[in-house]
Design a protein around this ligand. Structure first.
Ligand code: ASP
Length: 348
C-alpha cells in the first residue's frame, strides 16, 4: 500500500475511535467516582423508611430522635454485613429485617391495617448480579416478609407468591411465623379506625394527601461490586379486596441490575406500578446513558410528579453513587460508605 494512503487510513481510523469514545453514552456519565468525589467505595448502602407529609411542624423532638436512631441502626446493621465481606443480598436482608421488626415503620411489626383490621404484607428482592428476583404479596403470618421473598427467589422456580400459598411456603421453608395480631400496634389501629370513620362520613375512599407512607427499602453494594435491592411494606391503610401495591412488583417498587443500579421505591403504589418507576430509572441509565442521579430525579420529579403520583425512591449504581429523590415533604432516608454517613428526614 502507498505510504500516504496507509497514513490516511490510520489517521481516519484513529479519529473514528476517538469520536466513538466521546459519543458513547457511558463515557459521558460514568465518571467512576461516587458523589463524594472519591474512588469507588469498598461497599455502600442506602435505605429509606417511607415518604410522605413528614415536616418539622408535625414532628416532635422525641419522634425525630427515634426515627434518626432507627435509621442509623439500620445502616449499622447493613454496614456490619458489608464490612465483613457479606453479600449485598445478605446486607439488604439483615437491614430490612431490622426495619421490619421496628414498629416505627410500615413493614412487619407496625404495618398499617386493612379495612378489615388485618395486616397483609408485601415484600420483594432483586439480585443485581444475575437479576434473579423473589416476592411475596398479602402474607399474614411470616414474621419477616423479606426473608420469604428471598426464599421464593432462592428455593422455588417462581418469582412471586401471594396470600395463603405464600405463607404456607414460608412455613415449609422453616421461616418464623406469627399470629396476625403480632404485627398490630395501637397507633395503626387508631389510624384505621379514623380512616374508616372519615370514609363513612365523607363517602370518600382512597388515599389522603397528608398520609405518611412508611414502607422500608434498601440497596446495597458489596465488596465484589454486586448490587441488591429490596422493599417491604404493609401497603396502604384501609386497603381492601386483596389490594397489592408496587412494593412486591419487580420493576415497579424494586429493581436491580449491576449494569445500571439498584432501586427501592415508596409512595402511592398504583402510580409506581403504572409507570414502572423502578425499572424506568434503570432503563434511562441503560438507554440514554444518564447517571443514576439524573435518571432518578427525572423519574420522580418530572415524570411521576406530572402524572400526580407522590413518593420517592432510593437508587445506587455499582460505583456507589446514590440518589434519593422524593416529591413529598419528607422521606426517611440515609446512606453509608466507609467513613461517610448521611441520615435525613426533611427536604434540604
Ligand atoms: N408503595 C406502598 C404501597 O403502595 C406504600 C408505601 O410506600 O408506603 O403499597
Amino acid at each position: 500500500m502507498h505510504r500516504h494512503t496507509c497514513f490516511t487510513l490510520i489517521f481516519t481510523f484513529t479519529m473514528l475511535l476517538m469520536m466513538n469514545a466521546c459519543n458513547s453514552p457511558s463515557g459521558q456519565q460514568t465518571t467512576g467516582t461516587p458523589t463524594n468525589g472519591q474512588a469507588v467505595p469498598e461497599y455502600a448502602i442506602v435505605i429509606h423508611g417511607g415518604a410522605g407529609t413528614i415536616t418539622k411542624a408535625n414532628m416532635t423532638p422525641e419522634k425525630e430522635k427515634a426515627y434518626t436512631e432507627a435509621l442509623n441502626k439500620a445502616l449499622d446493621t447493613g454496614e456490619e454485613v458489608l464490612k465483613n465481606g457479606g453479600t449485598a443480598l445478605e446486607a439488604v436482608e439483615k437491614t430490612l429485617m431490622y426495619l421490619e421488626d421496628n414498629p416505627l415503620f410500615n413493614a412487619g411489626k407496625g404495618a398499617v391495617l386493612t379495612n378489615s383490621e388485618t395486616c397483609e404484607l408485601d415484600a420483594s428482592i432483586m439480585d443485581g448480579s444475575d437479576q434473579n428476583a423473589g416476592a411475596v404479596a398479602g402474607v399474614k403470618h411470616v414474621k419477616n416478609p423479606i426473608r420469604a421473598a428471598i426464599a421464593v427467589m432462592k428455593n422455588s422456580p417462581h418469582v412471586m407468591m401471594a396470600g395463603t400459598g405464600a405463607d404456607q411456603f414460608a412455613l415449609e421453608q422453616g421461616l418464623d411465623t406469627v399470629s396476625n395480631e403480632y404485627f398490630f400496634t395501637e397507633r395503626r389501629l387508631e389510624s384505621i379506625r379514623k380512616a374508616r370513620a372519615r370514609e363513612e362520613k365523607t363517602g370518600m375512599t382512597g388515599r389522603r394527601h397528608d398520609e405518611k407512607f412508611g414502607t422500608v427499602g434498601c440497596v446495597a453494594l458489596d465488596k465484589n461490586g454486586n448490587l441488591a435491592a429490596g422493599t417491604s411494606t404493609g401497603g396502604m391503610t384501609n386497603k381492601r379486596w386483596g389490594r397489592v401495591g408496587d412494593s412486591p412488583i419487580i420493576g415497579a417498587g424494586t429493581y436491580a441490575d449491576n449494569a445500571t443500579c439498584g432501586i427501592s421505591c415508596t409512595g402511592h403504589g398504583e402510580y409506581f406500578i403504572r409507570y414502572t418507576v423502578a425499572a424506568d430509572v434503570a432503563h434511562r441509565m441503560a438507554y440514554l446513558g444518564e447517571s443514576v442521579e439524573e435518571a432518578a430525579n427525572f423519574v420522580v420529579n418530572e415524570k411521576l410528579d406530572e402524572k400526580g403520583g407522590s413518593g420517592g425512591l432510593i437508587a445506587m449504581d455499582a460505583k456507589g453513587n446514590v440518589a434519593m429523590p422524593f416529591n413529598t415533604e419528607g422521606m426517611y432516608r440515609g446512606y453509608a460508605r466507609p467513613g461517610e454517613r448521611v441520615v435525613k428526614i426533611y427536604k434540604d
